[in-house]
Write a protein of this length. Sequence first.
Length: 270
Amino acid sequence: MMILAAPAAFAAETPCTKDAPCEVANGEYFLAFPDSWDGASAMPAIIFYHGHNSSGLSPLRSRGLRESFLDRGYLLISPNGAARPSGVRAWPARPGHGGGRDDVEFSLAVLEDAATKAPIDPQKVIVSGFSAGGSMAWMMGCYAGGKFAAIISVAGAMRRPHPEGICPNPTRRALQVHGFSDKQVPFEGRSIREWHQGDAHETLSLHRRSNQCRSNPDEIIVGQKWRTRHWRSCEVGDLAYVEHDGGHGLPRGWTSLAVGWFEEGVVAAD
């Protein structure tokens, strides 16, 4: 895992704001700092990828991310997807389809640059995202997962084509949150022109193989809101799959569920 050591002194003014995003090669990103930060201590961090046709400003406005992560001391890192000629920002989340850039290398450059703006705890960096951003989180978890503590995908899946056999650099821990009624990114995925969104259950299977999890989960919880399948006895890390009745969206309460899973290793029944 990379060493995220920032300089001893930091800029007095908060960098990478909505009015002045920070720039790296081939893109830009935004930062949101927790109000509790003392200006010196290393922080846990969450990189959050926005959905299709959105921007890195959208996660900065998320009440859930603020209450569950920022208010708990996490630094929020919000990159911009590559802009297409139409102006739409997107995450292709497939090797070789980054809209003229390598989104994995871009993301690593964002993290490295963010560490020059504030100290980041390298053992507590999460990669997360919604929809296309959730697919991008899975891509990071498969091709650069060893650099992160966990990935959390909401309504996204590992897009095809998948790597042969196992991920080349799998993340140790992964959480997938998905809506049973999702028609935009259904469990099975959809073919869109020449590509496929990927299948959420194939994604889970790929992660189980990559981290030597057994096929059946160690724990199944059926609550009023969440239905959870949790693999705890993987040779490396763990995997949790959480389903809700809703459609394509960020379900209320997903952030508190996610931070509880990351910090305590349990998925709360609700």
